[in-house]
Each structure stands twice: as structure tokens, then as C-alpha cells.
Design a protein around this ligand. Structure first.
Ligand SMILES: Cc1cc2nc3c(=O)[nH]c(=O)nc-3n(C[C@H](O)[C@H](O)[C@H](O)COP(=O)(O)OP(=O)(O)OC[C@H]3O[C@@H](n4cnc5c(N)ncnc54)[C@H](O)[C@@H]3O)c2cc1C
Length: 434
């Protein structure tokens, strides 16, 4: 089913590439990250072209919940522990600035930006939430702790961050896209020697930014080791409740809440793609017990790329590809992260400078030795030697049938296919022959 964001929104149409061409900067992928990069480059007067394999915003961005916040679950204590106070402070500053940029963009394009508080809540007493509170204090992040919320159950404690926001992502992105140099139905097939081969011709470029969600070039960057995908489900409920805020459980398996007009968006049921999880059933059961008068207006599911340390990968695709850049691994916090990516990449490309990969907090290079790396290697090894068919065309892992969504899903890196083999989610790049 379609998400709620399309209702009453006009999508601009773009032609496909109709002849070979040349550009300074090629952007591959027209989701949130690609469009924001294109917008910033356009504003700076750069020569660029964005190619989108299908229609803009047809990927993960169409099925998001679009909370715009610098409160990314429990992140600040983790960053301080791993990288120190300066990195954590920079992370907060980058993401807070991104919220203001959204506020300005919504004003410029006459789109609704609703200022809301973000809450991360813990159901039970835990060190994790206390450590996060200490991290906020250390970093000087404004916050309140609360024990009473509008949620329909008791909590132990929540951290409230004020002046965050929520939008209809498609309303804003479609308006921003209108005058950008975009080619739809133009799929990148191969990149080599500064030539991009697409299904509609060749593009000679000087620099390229890959914003295809999961990066699709396997040769560089080790993204297949560094990332996996995590799937979540959303039901939009009528006659539920106005929770007047944006809530997320501190536990990875918990629920998320926000309203959109008269609907309550309830998110959760999450699991690593290709594995079992609560799915829609968990959400429906919760709604039946807490909102017995509510009805489901629509339901949808999607997935995001998860990094080893919970911070996105923004920068050079790999150390030895100075002309190739990437923005990925948004850990389900793509709104501010994609805006940060657009700012960093646009400034770098405009200034013709090399990114200082050693001192750039989001650099995809390095940041590899984390416990999650062992989990990723283990999952890939197990599914690689599992003898069942069908296999994923990406790296050959055994696909698992997802009976809730009638798809074949890869537990290694999250590629997904319909029952007839049509590609739904990358990093696989082609349909599957069954
Ligand atoms: C359930 C859920 C809820 C979320 N809620 C929030 C939230 O409340 N707040 C928040 O900040 N974040 C949220 N996120 C995260 C956020 O939605 C994503 O991080 C973000 O939308 C990803 O955008 P993207 O541009 O990277 O990917 P996409 O939107 O998937 O865009 C990638 C594009 O690349 C194109 N493409 C792929 N291959 C090619 C090719 N070969 N050639 C050309 N084009 C190609 C695709 O067609 C696609 O359009 C959520 C994520 C999930 C899963």
C-alpha cells in the first residue's frame, strides 16, 4: 500500500536522458539525499545532473515518517564513548543546523513545517537513558526529562528535545525538485573512467555523488561489510490519539509515534531485513489493545541502511576514489543526515577541495572496528553457505521468503525482490530470474 504522503500532492515529471552529455557533477539517485545535494549544488550555480532509475522519491523516502530531529534515539553517549566530546558536539551542531535549513526551505516553498518536541523514552529503569541524559548535560544540549507523556502507557523516563519538526516529505521534495536538472527513468548501469553508462546513453562527468540508498558499486568502499538493512512497519490510524510530539522507544525493537493531521502514525515491528520480526502484526495488536476504536487508514513498510557505529557515511566513497562521493547509512534518521550530507558535499565540491577524511566525523573510510562488523560477517557467511535456492544476485546469499509482504529478501545486505523477481530494494542492481 502507498504511504500517506502522496495524498493531495502533485509530483513534477521529468524526461529521461535523451542523448549523451557532459557534466561537472553527476548525482545518482533521486531520493531525499540526491535531491538535497542537487538543490544545494543548484543554489551554488554548479553544473550538475541528477539521474533517477525510476521516479524521484520512489524509494525509501516515500515510506518514511519524516520526523526532523537531532535526537536520533540514544546516540550522544555512544558517540562520546567512541569518539569523544568534540565529535558528539559536532554531530549535534550539524543536525540542529539541518533542522533550521528545513524550516527555511518550508517557508521558501510554502510547505507546512510543524514545530514539535521529540521524545526518546524508556519503558524501564536503565543505565542507557541515564547515560544519555548525562551526555546531553556534558554537551550542553537543551533538554527536559519527563515521566508523564501523552503515550497510552506508563514509561520510566523520557528525554524531551524541543523545537524539532515534522513535515510531509513529498510536499517539500517535489516542490524543491521542480526546477532542478533531473532525468527520471535513467538508470546507472556502470561507472568507469569518468563515464557513466546509463540505460539511455552516456554521461561524461568530473565528479559523482552516489545517493542510491545502499551504494551500488561493490568494487570500492566495503559497504557490504559495513552496512546491513533494517526494516520497519507503519500503520496510519484514524480515531487513535493526538500525542502532540514525536516519540521513539530507546530500545531498537520499540515503537514510534507521531501524528499527521487526524492520523496517528504508529511505527515498529522492526527486524533485520530477511529475518523475522513483529511486522504489522505487532502494530495491529498494539492498536487493538490501546486504541480499540481506531481503524487503519493505510499501512506501509520500508527499510534503511544501518552503519557499524550508528553515524552516517558521508564523504569520499573510498580513500582511493577522490572523484567519487557517497551519502548513505542514515540509520533511520535520514532527514537531518541527508541535509548534513548535502551541505558537506556541496561545500567540498564547490571549493574544489579534498575532504580531510581523517578529521571528518562522517567519513566512510576507517570507523570499521566495531562489534557490529562481526555480526555482519557472521550473517553473510551463514547465508552464503546456506544451500537453499533462490540466491541473491548481489553476492550470492540465500534469499528468504517474506510471507507478510510476498517478497524474497536477502538477510546479508537487504536486497528484495517481488515473487516474480522484480527488484524492489538494492544493493542488487537487477531483477532476479526465478
Ligand atoms: C520506517 C522508516 C521510518 C523512517 N522515519 C524517519 C524519520 O522519521 N526521520 C528521519 O530522519 N528518517 C527517517 N527514516 C530514514 C529516512 O527515511 C531514510 O534515511 C531516507 O529516506 C533515505 O533516503 P535516500 O535518498 O538515501 O534513499 P531513497 O529514498 O531510497 O533514494 C534512493 C534513490 O536512488 C535510486 N536509484 C537506485 N539505484 C539507482 C541507479 N542504478 N541509477 C539511478 N538511480 C538509482 C532509487 O530509485 C531511489 O529513488 C525512516 C526510515 C524507515 C525505514
Amino acid at each position: 500500500m502507498k504511504s500517506i504522503w502522496f495524498k493531495g500532492i502533485n509530483k513534477p515529471e521529468f524526461n529521461c536522458l535523451d542523448s549523451d552529455c557532459e557534466t561537472d557533477i553527476l548525482i545518482v539517485g533521486g531520493g531525499l539525499a540526491g535531491i538535497l545535494c542537487a538543490y544545494m549544488l543548484d543554489q551554488s550555480g554548479a553544473d550538475y545532473i541528477l539521474i533517477e532509475a525510476d521516479k524521484i522519491c520512489c524509494g525509501v523516502t516515500a515510506d518514511t515518517t519524516a520526523k526532523i530531529t537531532a535526537q536520533h534515539g540514544l546516540i550522544y553517549d555512544k558517540i562520546i564513548s567512541k569518539y569523544g566530546i568534540d565529535y558528539a558536539r559536532e554531530y549535534y551542531q550539524f543536525n540542529s543546523k539541518a533542522i533550521n535549513t528545513y524550516r527555511d526551505l518550508c517557508e521558501k516553498y510554502n510547505c507546512r513545517f510543524e514545530t514539535k518536541s521529540a521524545y526518546v523514552y524508556s519503558l524501564h529503569k536503565s543505565d542507557d537513558i541515564e547515560n544519555e541524559i548525562n551526555a546531553y548535560r556534558t554537551l550542553g544540549i537543551p533538554f527536559e526529562t519527563v515521566t508523564d507523556t501523552l503515550l497510552p502507557f506508563d514509561i520510566y523516563k523520557a528525554i524531551r528535545m524541543d523545537n524539532q519538526g515534522q513535515i510531509n516529505p513529498l510536499e517539500l521534495l517535489f516542490k524543491v525538485s521542480e526546477r532542478l536538472n533531473i532525468k527520471e527513468n535513467t538508470k546507472l548501469i556502470n561507472l568507469s573512467d569518468n563515464i557513466a553508462q546509463t540505460n539511455h546513453g552516456r554521461i561524461r562527468y568530473r565528479r559523482a555523488i552516489i545517493t542510491t540508498h545502499f551504494p551500488i558499486l561493490n568494487k570500492h568502499g566495503l559497504f557490504s561489510l559495513k552496512m546491513y538493512q533494517h526494516r520497519s512497519y507503519v500503520i496510519a490510524l484514524k480515531n487513535a490519539q493526538n500525542v502532540d510530539g514525536m516519540y521513539i522507544d530507546a530500545s531498537e525493537k520499540g515503537l514510534s509515534f507521531r501524528n499527521c493531521d487526524d492520523l496517528l502514525l504508529l511505527g515498529g515491528g522492526s527486524h533485520r531485513t530477511g529475518k523475522k520480526g513483529g511486522n504489522y502484526t505487532e502494530l495491529i495488536r498494539f492498536a487493538e489493545s490501546h486504541y480499540p476504536d481506531a481503524t487503519i487508514e493505510t499501512q506501509y513498510a520500508t527499510q534503511d541502511c544501518m552503519t557499524l557505529d550508528g553515524m552516517p557515511y558521508i564523504g569520499q566513497y573510498s580513500r582511493n576514489t577522490p572523484e567519487l562521493f557517497v551519502a548513505t547509512g542514515f540509520n533511520k534518521w535520514g532527514f537531518t543526515s541527508a541535509m548534513v550530507a548535502a551541505e558537506i558535499l556541496c561545500n567540498t565540491l564547490k571549493a574544489e577541495k579534498r575532504l580531510d577524511e581523517k578529521n571528518q566525523i562522517f567519513s566512510p573510510s576507517g570507523r570499521i572496528f566495531h562489534p557490529q562488523l562481526a555480526v555482519n560477517i557472521f550473517e553473510t557467511a551463514v547465508n552464503f553457505i546456506t544451500p537453499t535456492v533462490p540466491r541473491c544476485p548481489h553476492l550470492g546469499c540465500a534469499l528468504k521468503y517474506n510471507k507478510d509482504e510476498h517478497s524474497w529478501d536477502c538477510p546479508c545486505h537487504g536486497s528484495r525482490f517481488t515473487e516474480s523477481g522484480k527488484l524492489i530494494n538494492n544493493p542488487a542492481t537487477d531483477d532476479k530470474q526465478f
